[in-house]
Design a protein around this ligand. Structure first.
Ligand SMILES: [Zn+2]
Length: 173
């Protein structure tokens, strides 16, 4: 884990771009923040961006052909869809964990970065793959049926794996 100096979140090292010559061996901003900074810089410096890409094209004509081929493939919507579906199947746990985190943020629930949260979604995804119809459930719901009830926390202690049947009978979703 490392701390992002920009968004002030602790994230796994995989979320940081490598920077071999630095002390930590990676950037101090996470990938998302690094990309955001790059985009801001690119927006502010369109002339420099154009010069870079013109120079790059001139120096790497073979790479350009390769990139064009990749872009054509990506533009084939069937192929792209199939690739994405495959990725989602292979990363079902991650997808579910992200989806629930996005929902928790939207509902302004309390979040805590905790690898066990990802793990529980990963386990549920594996169980589904093995044929069990299970879901990760918030014990105290994020969307309580009583509007005055407090919003459940998106933390490990508030998560459990439920069968879809039990989940429906809870009726709080
Ligand atoms: Zn960040």
């Amino acid at each position: 884990m490392s701390f992002c100096t920009k968004c002030h979140e602790s994230k796994p090292l995989a979320d940081f771009y490598a920077r071999p010559r630095s002390k930590k061996g990676h950037y101090s901003e996470c990938k998302i923040c690094t990309l955001a900074m790059c985009r801001r810089w690119q927006k502010a410096n369109p002339d420099k961006v154009k010069k870079f890409s013109d120079d790059y094209r001139a120096r790497h004509p073979d790479k350009m052909r390769e990139n064009n081929r990749k872009a054509r493939e990506a533009a084939d919507p069937k192929k792209l869809k199939a690739t994405m579906r495959m990725w989602q199947i292979n990363n079902a746990g991650k997808c579910a964990a992200w989806a629930s985190k996005r929902k928790a943020i939207k509902l302004q629930a309390t979040l805590s970065p905790d690898p066990r949260i990802d793990a529980i979604y990963e386990i549920a995804a594996w169980l589904r793959l093995l044929g069990d119809d299970v879901h990760v459930d918030h014990i105290a719901p994020l969307q309580p049926s009583d509007p005055n009830a407090p919003v459940g926390l998106h933390v490990y202690a508030n998560l459990q794996i439920l069968s879809a049947q039990d989940n429906r009978s809870k009726g709080n979703r």
